[in-house]
Design a binder for this molecule. Structure first.
Ligand code: G6P
Length: 536
């Protein structure tokens, strides 16, 4: 007996029916299977979930203790059990509440750091803080994973609000990344932000050294144009960054949940503290909704339950995230870390093998580009890929609103096509009109059949702003949390990234030729030999 049995039994009885029949049987289906909070509207009616299935899903959230776990998280309990940490990134976007960790009010220190960030951001933006060659024109954020993806994703999303220095990001240890970014910049007017929660991550520290050398070649005091963001202020000092430009945060902010914290400094400089506060406010609004709304009307809970239905119940291993919004181009990459690093776990909280599948593979690209690339498989491939469309009703450039209308039409058309499909009879009729007959008509028509009955959801906002973006990101964070609770896993550690890091360190001497690599497999040694020869 496992926690999904009732749902699996229900799914077995309904999985072959057509979602269109659900619409035909219930004229109110679209309203009944959607939910709204403030600026965010979530439609999950184009799925095979019916009233009985939804009830079983809500029951599942109840019996797995989602609400109690949520309250424990907001109360600062150490729900990240394998690291013995609280999970309180929400504190960084809600400065009204009092939040205590180990009986200690953490908010005064956060307000102090936020104030220092705001002052520094304004100083950079207004020219009170300058580089050694004048006003700061460019800001380079050096970080990776959660210290990169959040600021990159949000800065692209907030492009139309950016009026500060230009933002650039270096993450990959591949020197080509640092080269390509830095070679276009003037060291005398560039501010480098080294963003690393631990300040030990090899990629970030290597790129930071590279940037320091690049700057030292042109300015007398490179450290004067460096800032650092970390929980490890001893290490930032050792790197030579003066404390007034170091912005700290606590270990109860996970890397992939840290865009709200000082890790968002580059974004704050780009869009200004005012819009950054709106980004916070949108997320804080979503936090309140998550804490207060009944489970059946709770957007993060509903997104999670639809995810569970598709992955653990129906067995669809991947989910496509398809933003019809160019400025959300980096959202799929951001969500890959958020969801897959959080819920890609093989054991449950107590260390036992997970008796069901972990979270899904998340992937995607903005529409309409994806339509001309991989949608073929989504429409006619043999596997079902649940699709998650994100859409803003309005664009931000009034003079291009005619293009936005076309974008919206494409998004709705895709979810309609996935739902409706095209039958063999319809395809045959179309091809017959083109003059085909007989066996050729039959053959050609079969290639043009769309099975349809493919599930999708749509998250609709009115327009993309820092506020609505903040809500979207918090919505996904809490969705990941709810899925994690239902799966019984710890969504806040990431031990799965460690092994490769250790092996990479051990391989460096093999590549340099100073170690034989005893005990390594033949493939690794053979590749290392070839690489050594090519580099000699
Ligand atoms: O911020 P840092 O300490 O440099 O960590 C950067 C990233 O690397 C780690 O390996 C983790 O996989 C990520 O969760 C983290 O965001």
């Amino acid at each position: 007996m496992n926690r999904f049995d009732d749902l699996l039994a229900h799914a077995a009885t309904v999985k072959d029916r057509h979602i269109l029949d659900l619409f035909a049987a219930d004229p109110d289906r679209a309203a009944r299977f959607s939910a709204e909070f403030g600026s965010w509207f979530f439609d999950f009616s184009k799925t095979n979930i019916d009233a009985a299935g939804l009830k079983l899903l809500i029951d599942l959230a109840e019996k797995t203790g989602v609400a109690a776990r949520r309250d424990a998280m907001f109360a600062g309990e150490k729900i990240n059990e394998t690291e013995g940490r609280a999970v309180l990134h929400m504190a960084w976007r809600n400065f009204r509440d009092t939040i205590t960790v180990d009986g200690h009010d953490v908010m005064p220190a956060l307000r102090d750091t936020l104030g220092r960030m705001q002052d520094f951001a304004e100083d950079v933006r207004t020219g009170r803080f300058t580089g050694q060659g004048g006003r700061i024109t460019d800001v380079v954020n050096i970080g990776i994973g959660g210290s990169d993806l959040g600021p990159v994703m949000a800065s692209v999303a907030c492009t139309s609000f950016a009026d500060g220095p230009r933002l650039h990001f270096i993450s990959n240890v591949d020197g080509a990344h640092a080269h390509d970014v830095l070679s276009g910049l003037n060291p005398e007017t560039t501010l480098v932000i080294v963003a690393s929660k631990t300040f030990t991550t090899i990629e970030t520290m290597t790129n930071a050294e590279t940037a320091r050398a690049w700057m030292a070649a042109k300015v007398t005091d490179p450290a004067a144009q460096f800032s650092a963001i970390s929980t490890a202020t001893d290490r930032t000092a050792a790197f030579g960054i003066p404390p007034e430009r170091v912005f700290g945060f606590e270990d109860w902010v996970g890397g992939r949940y840290s865009v709200w914290s000082p890790i968002g400094l580059s974004l704050m400089i780009g869009i200004g503290p005012g819009y950054f506060a709106e980004f916070h406010a949108g997320a804080a609004a979503m936090d309140r909704h998550f804490r207060e709304a009944p489970l059946a009307e709770n957007l993060p809970v509903l997104l999670a339950l639809v995810g569970i239905w598709h992955n653990q119940v129906l067995g669809h291993a991947t989910r496509a995230v398809l933003p019809y919004e160019q400025r959300l181009a980096r959202l799929p990459a951001y969500l890959q870390q958020l969801e897959m690093e959080s819920n890609g776990k093989r054991v449950s909280m107590d260390g036992a093998d997970l008796p069901w599948h972990s979270g899904p593979v998340v992937w995607g690209e903005p529409g309409t580009n994806g339509q001309h690339a991989f949608y073929q498989l989504i429409h006619q491939g043999t596997r079902v890929v649940p699709c998650e469309f994100l859409l803003a009703a309005r664009g931000r450039e009034p003079y291009l609103e005619h293009q936005h209308l076309l974008l919206v039409a494409n998004c709705l058309a895709q979810s309609e096509a996935l739902l409706r499909g095209r039958s063999l009879a319809e395809a045959t009729e179309i091809m017959a009109k083109k003059g085909l007959t007989g066996a050729e008509l039959d053959r050609q028509a079969r290639h043009r059949v769309f099975p349809g009955n493919r599930p999708s959801t749509t998250l609709l906002i009115e327009v993309l702003t820092p506020f609505t973006l903040g809500g979207i990101v918090a919505l996904y964070e809490h969705r990941v949390f709810v899925e994690g609770v239902i799966l019984g896993i710890n969504s806040f550690d990431q031990w799965g990234v460690e092994l490769g890091k250790e092996l990479a360190l051990a391989l460096a001497p093999v590549l340099e030729g100073s170690s034989e690599g005893a005990g390594k497999d033949g493939s690794t040694l053979g590749l290392a030999r070839r690489i050594r020869a090519a580099r000699a």
